[in-house]
Design a protein around this ligand. Structure first.
Ligand code: BGC
Length: 763
């Protein structure tokens, strides 16, 4: 056994087993440890730490190990098992200073067990359920030797044309900020240094969700007040919750790319917010500074990025190739390099990797025999969380829940879609382990012949869209069309419908349609499926639409054709069982939309918290010279916060504990919510505030709190919210966070539109 002394700590290196048996001496404090290590590093070793390399076809494994052993790589991503990562960590332990590697991955909504996509998690409005999904993801990922996840993604998304809407938690600043905190705490637990926990890298800093026209990678141009008021708080919440890392956005902000943005990365992130972790670029973003038109070549791109404070370069050669020359010429001072390396080493310290480089890799003899084994999944938890994420949008004549004895025609291209139900960014999820809607419904009924299946349509008949969606699926195409003629499939589905008591059509998008680089100019269900729905409607049978999609869709016509509509997003490994639970009434739906559904794409933006304007349109009054479209109403199809239940709820008036609020004091707003229906059920009581008159136009309403309550039939509960001056603050024209005296409306409802109102004065 060869012992080496690293900063006075004896670490035995010959094999992990021997190493792990050496009692660990406590490490010196982080600052001391990192400063000492920095002193020992050569310039090349320092630059090596700044390189974050993707494991993939570009670089053979053998070469990666050589580079690691030479101290030329700081971390990798996309390798997701202990036996893949152990040889890389062994290589790091052979390097001169044995600085451990870290291993990262996009664990966005589950790791092995796939939970509902983030937009669906947000639909639960249930912080315990969301936290549980994050905890399990962290446990599973860390058991697969992952140290860091590129999550949570907390970009506010108000333009559903943007495909990455699916990856975030919706349009609302308050809701997304609450979730940002919950997710960081779920991933990192008490500390990212502890086994079972992983470090969170909050992304995409900043404002990526506001790309112009919803077109991915496009420009962002935004007023400072809107930035501070609406878009920045979720990132800030994640950082205040202790996120150890930040991933920098691909977009520019008011003309300056985030990757070279000194104001964003230095003034705001580090100075104002006090962020002390590691900032990683997005994939290839440093070299993209050339195409942004702010760097003439790779050398200048590297210089701009390191000066801005981008510590690690993700899968991009700029730092490795250009920093040596830039340092030699003095264009980049040694202190810039040291600052970046300090953050990388600090993050590794925080991940617990200096204390034990094999913390998450473990011993070879303990490796799982089969990483994909079903026994490694958390199915019960996934089903529970998925049920909470489903949103009932329409239920005319109590079409739902279905009778388990009924004959059901199950149709649609997404009824048997094990890949799609996982959603995009499905980490290590295995389609073969997904429960489809077909599986879930079959599991729920005794008489299996009562379920008559017909595909009915392809996702889309547009071959160019199919080709686009399959472009990056190297192993096998994801979207595989049934070669039969569209009419043949429709006829088969109609025949199934005619034999049934009720029709369930599972329709929407393939998962790739709501993904990175999947922006759309229209939000319709593709034509092939619309034709199917029309044909099903014509049978006169009760029609239930089960929607699968990663963004709001414009479904005005289809929701009119349907008797019931259940929004399921992409609900993960146990999605089919969860959906069947709701369809058959074994679970009473309680999800609420975290994003507004427009009637048509032309209405966008439709977010509910828009500013007051001088000529607002008033429903029922003539529209001329008011802010509206003459060919479409202003109201959304479904408002933010909306979602039905199999029971009914009523709300009392809003009671206030006082009509004035003094600075420093509090006031309570309460309502009584009653379950007036026949079933036990949960609903979300939502509190909105409007600052009626201020020094700037303010939002017509903004969510400030909510509570999810469970009530038995006939049961009542008083829900009480405490308000303080802090809840009334906003960023004024000077970007001061202030509450201005005057009148405030308090609105409480079960969605953002249908509310009870009262008002008070802030003194
Ligand atoms: C995405 C990031 C992701 C990274 C690594 C990029 O294309 O924008 O969100 O974390 O790839 O997979």
């Amino acid at each position: 056994m060869r012992n080496m002394c690293l900063l006075g700590i004896v670490i035995s290196l010959a094999s992990h087993t021997a190493w792990a048996q050496t009692p660990a001496a406590p490490l010196p404090p982080k600052d001391v440890f990192v400063a000492e290590l920095l002193k020992k590093m050569s310039v090349d070793e320092k630059i090596g730490q700044l390189r974050l390399i993707s494991i993939g076809p570009e670089m053979p494994r053998e070469m990666i190990r050589k580079e690691i052993a030479a101290g030329r790589i700081g971390g990798t991503f996309n390798s997701i098992s202990r036996d893949e990562n152990r040889p890389m960590q062994d290589a790091a332990m052979r390097s001169r200073l044995q600085i451990p590697m870290f291993f990262a991955y996009d664990v966005i909504h589950g790791h092995r067990t796939i939970f509902p996509i983030s937009l669906a998690l947000a639909s639960s409005w249930d912080m315990d359920a969301i936290g549980l999904s994050g905890r399990i993801a962290a446990r599973e990922a860390s058991a697969d030797s992952i140290d860091l996840t590129f999550a949570p993604m907390v970009d506010i998304a108000r333009d559903p044309r943007w495909g990455r809407t699916s990856e975030g938690f919706g349009e609302d600043t308050y809701l997304v900020s609450r979730i940002a905190k919950v997710m960081v705490q779920a991933y990192q637990g008490a500390s990212p240094a502890l086994p079972g926990n992983i470090m969170a890298s909050v992304k995409h800093f900043a404002l990526y969700g506001a790309v112009e026209g919803g077109r991915d990678y496009n420009t962002v141009d935004m007023s400072p007040t809107r930035m501070f008021q609406d878009y920045l708080p979720p990132y800030h919440a994640a950082i205040e919750a202790g996120a150890g890392s930040v991933m920098v956005a691909l977009n520019s902000i008011n003309g300056v790319p985030a990757t070279s943005n000194m104001w964003l990365m230095q003034d705001l992130l580090r100075k104002d917010w006090g962020f002390k972790g590691v900032a990683v670029s997005d994939h290839g973003a440093i070299n993209e500074l050339i195409k942004h038109g702010v760097a003439k070549d790779s050398r200048e791109a590297a210089k701009l990025a390191i000066k801005a404070g981008i510590d690690m370069s993700m899968n991009d050669k700029a730092y490795g190739e250009e920093l040596p020359g830039l340092l030699k010429s003095g264009e980049v001072p040694q202190s810039d390099l040291d600052n970046a390396v300090r953050e990388v080493l600090g993050a590794k310290y925080d991940m617990g990797l200096f204390a034990d480089p094999y913390l998450r890799i473990g011993k070879a003899e303990d490796d799982p025999a089969d990483t994909k084994a079903d026994s490694r999944l958390h199915r019960a938890e996934a089903r529970e969380v998925a049920r909470k994420s489903l949103v009932l949008l329409k239920n005319q004549n109590d079409t739902l829940p279905l009778n388990k004895q009924a004959r059901i025609a199950l149709v649609g291209p997404l009824a048997k879609a094990p890949i799609d139900i996982m959603g995009s960014w499905a980490a290590a999820g295995q389609p073969a382990q997904s429960v489809t809607v077909f599986d879930g419904m079959r599991n729920a009924i005794a008489q299996q012949d009562n379920l008559i299946y017909a595909r009915g349509a392809n996702i889309t008949d547009d071959q160019s869209v199919v080709d686009y969606l399959n472009f990056l699926n190297f192993d096998a195409p994801e979207v595989v069309n049934d070669p039969r003629a569209a009419q043949v499939m429709i006829d088969e589905a109609v025949k199934a419908a005619q034999q049934a008591d009720v029709v369930v059509a599972v329709v929407g998008e393939s998962r790739g349609m709501s993904h990175e680089s999947s922006s759309r100019t229209n939000l319709d269900i593709p034509a092939s499926q619309r034709a199917l729905i029309t044909a099903l409607k014509a049978t006169g049978k009760p029609l239930v639409l089960v929607l699968m999609n990663g963004r709001p869709l414009s479904i005005d016509v289809q929701q009119q054709q349907a008797d019931a509509v259940l929004e399921t997003w992409f609900s993960g490994t146990e999605g089919g069982n969860a959906i069947a639970d709701v369809l058959f009434g074994d679970y009473n739906p309680s999800g609420k939309l975290p994003i507004t559904f427009p009637r048509s794409v032309g209405q966008i933006p439709t977010y509910y918290s828009h500013l007051s304007i001088g000529r607002p349109f008033t429903p029922g009054k003539p529209g001329n010279y008011t802010s509206q479209y003459f060919d479409e109403g202003n109201s959304p199809l479904y408002p933010f916060g909306y979602g039905l239940s199999y029971t009914d709820f009523s709300l009392s008036d809003v009671r206030l504990s006082a009509k004035t609020l003094k600075p420093g004091a509090t006031l309570t707003a309460s309502v009584t919510v009653t379950n007036t229906g026949k079933r036990a059920g949960e609903t979300v009581v939502q509190l909105y505030i409007q600052d009626v008159t201020a020094s700037m136009s303010r939002a017509v309403k903004e969510l400030k709190n909510f509570e999810k309550v469970m009530l038995n039939p006939g049961e009542q509960k008083v829900v009480q919210f405490t308000l303080s001056e802090n809840d009334l603050k906003f960023y004024n024209a000077q970007l001061q966070h202030v509450a201005e005296p005057g009148e405030f409306n308090v609105q409480i409802g079960l969605d953002s539109q249908n509310v009870q109102q009262n008002s008070f004065q802030l003194q």
